[in-house]
Design a protein around this ligand. Structure first.
Ligand code: SOE
Length: 385
């Protein structure tokens, strides 16, 4: 695993726990965690149970005993590491968004296609697809329970930047993160809406804004938090992104519209990734802050009995639930990372293409890019091609 911030902790938990609850077709060994600061990466290795710590990722991907490379670094290093790892014949799991630009994502997707010819697999970490209630929403749509999809409403709302004195971390720097709320969390809303509906955005119209333009520089710390210094620096990314999109049709029907919000200034919303899909026969509503539940509206019931009902998605027959706890005992944020490991390791063992693929990640990158272009030009509709 390369990187050891917040996502490093989440992925470590996934690698550690997945083989203990699921019968995996291969037994992953947590061999080595890589980071630039030797003391900090050694501490991370001890804490999360990696056998070794190292400071040079190139040396690690050259090792014969390494089969899989998990990239949890900021976006500006994804392309270089992923391409080198794929060329070295390692299966790659890369955190979202795939890259910081369409050009990088294209190069990564080309490298993934070349590697796939040799049986080397790659996947992007849009982990919320693996929250059972979200997967179940997709299953209901795929089974036709919503009928023809007519409208989507997706949002990812957080509030961790509402304090104007919160320090400027890499997530607020364009050269490190690519974009702000748009790529960091808007990418999840796009991916989840497309995953649940099975549709893809073909054009968008949006606007980005930066609410707090300058922040104290980071004195110490990593990830989402850290200590502020007395100097200030410019925030070079968006704090809020709002856009509308038109999905390509399913081939048989109407091409629905969707609205999207990505913000780190939604006061009181901590991690509210929400997707609501309205169809001719029913509707679903998912909210990550209520992640064990799915709201389902069945328009086929008599009008007198209709109404959104809340399904507790914890039955053993629900997606991913079989090896976990008895019904009603609830899963959490971290379980999605175990499910991601299960699907990735299973695809490697089967020789199948895990999803979301790098090509899927490239598509999301194109949507992000189209939203940014639309915001810059003020153009009404911008193609995602
Ligand atoms: C910070 O906004 C963050 O950690 C994102 O980077 C993750 O992708 C999201 O899942 C939770 O919030």
């Amino acid at each position: 695993m390369i990187g050891y911030g917040f996502m490093g902790a989440a992925h470590s938990q996934g690698w550690r726990v997945a083989p203990r609850f699921f019968d995996l077709p291969a037994d992953p060994t947590m061999a080595v965690v890589v980071g630039r600061n030797p003391d900090a990466v050694s501490a991370a290795a001890r804490k999360w149970g990696w056998d070794e710590a190292a400071t040079d990722w190139r040396e690690v991907i050259a090792r014969d005993d390494i089969d899989v490379v998990d990239i949890v670094t900021p976006g500006d290093t994804h392309a270089e590491i992923a391409i080198a790892a794929l060329e070295a014949g390692k299966h790659v799991l890369c955190e979202k968004p795939l890259a910081n630009s369409v050009a990088e994502a294209e190069a990564m997707t080309d490298a993934a296609a070349r590697a796939a010819e040799k049986g080397v697999r790659s996947m992007v970490g849009f982990t919320y697809r693996r929250v059972p209630a979200a997967t179940f929403a997709r299953d209901l749509v795929a089974a036709g329970r919503l009928g023809e999809i007519r409208q989507v409403r997706a949002a990812y709302r957080q509030d961790w930047l509402m304090d104007a004195e919160a320090p400027l971390t890499w997530r607020m720097q364009k050269d490190r993160a690519g974009s702000g709320s748009l790529g960091d969390i808007g990418a999840h809303a796009i991916d989840l809406s497309e995953y649940i509906t099975g549709l893809r955005l073909g054009s968008v119209s949006g606007i980005l804004d930066t609410i707090v333009a300058e922040r104290p520089l980071l004195a110490e710390g990593v990830g989402l938090s850290g200590t502020a210094s007395s100097e200030r620096g410019a925030v070079t990314v968006d704090d809020i992104a709002l856009f509308a999109g038109r999905y390509g049709g399913s081939g048989t029907g109407y091409a629905p519209l969707g609205t999207f919000e990505a913000t780190r200034f939604a006061t009181g919303r901590k991690n509210a990734l929400t997707v609501e899909v309205s169809g001719s026969l029913g509707a679903i509503a998912f909210n990550l802050e209520r992640m064990n539940e799915l709201e389902f509206y069945d328009a086929m019931l008599p009008a007198t009995e209709q109404g959104f009902r809340t399904i507790l998605v914890t039955e053993h027959d629900h997606p991913y639930l079989a090896p976990w706890w008895p019904p009603g005992h609830m899963l959490g944020y971290e379980h999605g990372f175990s499910h991601q490991v299960v699907d990735f390791v299973t695809a490697i063992a089967d020789g199948s293409q895990p999803e979301p693929s790098f090509a899927d990640g490239l598509h999301i990158q194109r949507v992000l890019d189209a939203v940014e272009r639309s915001s810059q030009d003020g153009s009404a509709w911008t193609s995602t091609d």
